[in-house]
Design a protein around this ligand. Sequence first.
Ligand SMILES: Cc1cc2nc3c(=O)[nH]c(=O)nc-3n(C[C@H](O)[C@H](O)[C@H](O)COP(=O)(O)OP(=O)(O)OC[C@H]3O[C@@H](n4cnc5c(N)ncnc54)[C@H](O)[C@@H]3O)c2cc1C
Length: 401
Amino acid sequence: MGKPTILILGAGYAGITTAMMLQKKLDKLDATITLINKHAYHYQTTWLHEYAVGTLSDHQMKIPIESIIDTDRIHFIVDTVTNLKTEEHQVSLKKNGNIIYDYLVVALGFETATFDIPGINDFAYVINSVDKADVLRREMEDRLSSYNKKEVNQPFTIVVGGGGFTGVEYLGELTDQLPSLLEKYKLNEHDVKLLVIEQEQSVMPGFDLELGEYAMQMLENKGVSFYLGAAVKSVHADYIVVEKNGLTEEISTSIFIWTAGVRANQLIEQSDIQHRNGSVEVTDDLLAPSNDKVFVVGDCTTVRLSDSNQIVSPTAQLAIQQAKTCAKNIEKLIKGKSNELIPFMYREHGLIASLGKNDAIGVLFNNKKVFGKEAVFLKRINENRVLHQIGGIPLLWKRKK
Ligand SMILES: Cc1cc2nc3c(=O)[nH]c(=O)nc-3n(C[C@H](O)[C@H](O)[C@H](O)COP(=O)(O)OP(=O)(O)OC[C@H]3O[C@@H](n4cnc5c(N)ncnc54)[C@H](O)[C@@H]3O)c2cc1C
């Protein structure tokens, strides 16, 4: 029998970490490792809101994958996965046809959830990839540059659907950049209106209430208004329909950004991998149910806490932790130790959301709440630690914040 082949799909946090760990753990003679990703670069998804308003450049955002992996150990293919047939051990690619594997790691990340709201796919802008964040940044500038207040007779209205993590981080960043955008397009602050539509009674639902209120206060100080308890019902070219307390109304939009939901990559739902609502409830070893060759990691999975059965929010830290266990388990399988697979144990390290360059909020691993400069500092440390984990000192040195 020849060397086993390991195929890793996606080079986000989960995929690139699995690949980097396997390249260290396995000898060239042990297995062939192939990594497949849509783009030639890896990006820090947690920085997308900064890229979407132009705080980060292309150069800062796009990390060439071949600059961080050992290309002698990992065969890297730039291509888009179009289908998964695990019964046949086969993955289909857009340009390169079908590939057969012995072990598969599915790390294809998330997509925007639209909840079947009419018009989102046609008229809303989203922040779910470098390409989409780039489209939003360009469109915002295009629309600001062509805005003529005398003609329109109403402010340039930026509406964000969803006051969760992404919506709040985006607005924190946008309000930091707004003064220079206004200056560039010869507008004043009264010409622009910023509005968040949030279904719950506070922003960042599920997060600490006090921190959510702090975020709202800080964003209000920077000119953002909140429409709470209101749900987006449909999206159109220059307005949205919103429902609150059973009544519907139209709200004009100069640009509408949808940040209200994520779901696992749709390829999961379209594949023969067992899933629930499109997401894979992996076994303790991170294998897909009833499958001893297919691992699933990152935002394509649903993970529950062993003590409370509560679902763990999909985050970068969860993806990285899973990837480390996944790599250890693949090493065990390759080395014939299938009875020694390690169960995945999630460790909460806390979560921090930025509110622009100089402010942030978060909860640490010991449940301590942090605000302001302290939270900004801790978020930077965490971001730099992730860079170090992925690409060692060279990557940290080049891209550190
Ligand atoms: C604006 C924003 C801010 C966030 N902030 C935080 C934070 O502060 N802390 C935190 O822990 N989490 C945060 N998150 C969540 C976090 O980014 C995700 O949980 C994390 O990216 C999941 O990692 P992943 O590897 O599963 O997926 P991803 O990072 O999405 O990686 C998936 C990879 O697969 C590739 N891919 C997708 N489809 C295909 C295909 N068909 N073929 C080939 N390749 C494909 C993609 O190009 C990508 O490289 C944030 C998310 C956003 C959007």
